[in-house]
Write a new protein. Structure first.
Length: 132
């Protein structure tokens, strides 16, 4: 099961990305990050340039930022990346505590910021899509 919030004005141009669970598990395993069954997961895609992601808008939240995984230009998770590549791309936020969260996506230059509300549920995927 998945959940993706969409603004009414964006319904005509919404892109929904589908990732097979096995592939997600393989990617996360290659980064030595494993999804806990009682936690939620968010998969996002940001286009328009390099960015970083924070949960609940605070760098000091209790969420372990090692659970935020960015993909390289070959569409593989690179556990050493702390921001996206120059062209943007996908990310995974693993092991989210169930509940309502604010995901803050900040451009690499810090000039632009997008916030998205997501509901994290055990065993379910939340999708996030954003464009700078």
């Amino acid at each position: 099961p998945t959940r993706m919030p969409v603004n009414r004005g964006d319904l005509k141009s919404t892109q929904i990305f589908v990732f097979p669970k096995r592939w997600v598990d393989q990617q996360m395993g290659s980064a030595k990050t494993f999804q806990l069954e009682n936690k939620g997961i968010a998969i996002g895609f940001v286009s328009g340039g390099s960015y970083s992601v924070n949960l609940d808008g605070r760098e000091d939240s209790n969420y372990d930022e090692r659970n935020i995984l960015y993909f390289n230009d070959k569409m593989q998770i690179d556990p050493n990346l702390r921001t996206s590549t120059d062209s943007g791309g996908p990310f995974i936020m693993a092991n989210l505590t169930p509940g309502l969260h604010t995901v803050v996506i900040t451009s690499a230059d810090g000039q632009r910021r997008i916030t998205k509300l997501i509901v994290s549920e055990s065993g379910k995927i939340s999708y996030i899509s954003a464009k700078f």
